[in-house]
Design a protein around this ligand. Sequence first.
Ligand code: G3P
Ligand code: MG
Length: 253
Amino acid sequence: PCSFKMLTTKRLIAHRGMSSLAPENTLAAFSLCKAHNIQWFECDIDILRDGTIIVSHDDTLDRCTDKSGQLYNISHDDIANIDAGSWFADQFIGEKLPTLEQLITLANRLELNMNIEIKSCAASPELTYTLIDNLIVGLKNLDPERELIVSSFNHLALTEFKRRSPETQVACLFESHHLWNDWNSILDSCNADYIHPEDKGLTQEMVHKFKTAGFKVNVWTVNDHARANQLFNWGVDGICTDIAHEFAIQSIS
Ligand code: G3P
Ligand code: MG
């Protein structure tokens, strides 16, 4: 059916990696993108007290590792003793919280494109600026052939990142209940390339407004096949999904 063909030409972004098949935000989850012919993945980054950038959605260890407590209270040397895979399944015992350096090495080696989401460093907001500095330094090792979008709900942090790294594509994230705010001026003051709206409540009219204003659109998090096709018919550029492998299977059948 033509709806399946359409997905082959559209951007599927694996949310936190292939997070329904492997522990989210681990090298295992990102590597599975290659196996399933998914070119893009999304991941979340935060910073440890010593300035090391790591990949994690939460600012605590509680949900996705075998330890507990604030990320802010650990440093690079602690990573080796923290298991980030066993909570998901025994086959992933030994997965670690990836560092930015490991993330970039993997993207280069597997030729994957990334959407890196800057989290807000809730435990220590002043570290956000160290994170931005260290991210820009780390990204110098990303192969220029790789595509990259840096996104954040923290629009001030994103504005500062774009000011310091104008050549990098950036995306303002919005939860749906914030989309009634002045999204256009936020995107303009960020000098954003993309808007990343939440799927919930998104209408064709809103997508049309984003596109008419000159922004590219990736929608999160879309796990319904019919909705994915509807969004692509409305002209969105990509979707962030937990089930990229299902869409990919359909697209080649
Ligand atoms: O980038 C889209 C999505 O990742 C934003 O929400 O909470 O999964 O990081 P969250
Ligand atoms: Mg995210």
